[in-house]
Design a protein around this ligand. Structure first.
Ligand code: FES
Ligand code: FES
Length: 152
């Protein structure tokens, strides 16, 4: 077992993990932050996206020990109390979700996009989100949500 320590949503956390423990397992099973989802076992769906040191990362592709010492933000850390993050509001306003399973990963990826490219074209949004799979919405409203958030 190894001890890992990191900052998650502004709080210092630590835990004992096996070397093979994935970051997403640590987040969900030890920290009980279950907003980060697991939608595949092939690193394709993007439901598990979190921010590690400010960059979006598929947390199923990273070991918990690799995140030791990092600053991690999950979907639970995005809103400010009862005030939704503008990206969350935009998804709600534009019906950018149906079942919601992909939504945490979509939102976390999209927030990172706007940080790196505040005024993306529709094509750039679609290309950025190609690592996030949604089985419900057809993507159209998701793209509209990201465009609204970019304006906000
Ligand atoms: S659970 Fe990480 S990409 Fe699907
Ligand atoms: S809203 Fe259902 S998978 Fe995207």
């Amino acid at each position: 077992m190894a001890t890992v320590s990191m900052t998650v949503n502004g709080k210092s956390v630590s835990g004992e993990v096996e070397p093979r423990t994935l970051l997403v397992q640590f987040i969900r099973e030890q920290l009980h932050l279950t907003g980060t989802h697991v939608g595949c076992d092939t690193s394709q769906c993007g439901a598990c996206v979190v921010h590690v040191n400010g960059d979006s990362v598929k947390s199923c592709t990273m070991l918990a020990v690799q995140a030791d010492g990092s600053d991690v933000t999950t979907i639970e850390g995005l809103a400010n109390g009862d005030t939704l993050h503008p990206m969350q509001e935009a998804f709600r306003d534009n019906h950018g979700l149906q079942c919601g399973f992909c939504t945490p990963g979509m939102v976390m990826s999209a927030v990172d996009l706007l940080k790196k490219n505040p005024k993306p074209s529709e094509g750039e949004i679609r290309e950025w989100l190609e690592g996030n799979i949604c089985r419900c919405t057809g993507y159209h409203n998701i793209v509209k949500a990201v465009q609204q958030a970019a304006q906000a």
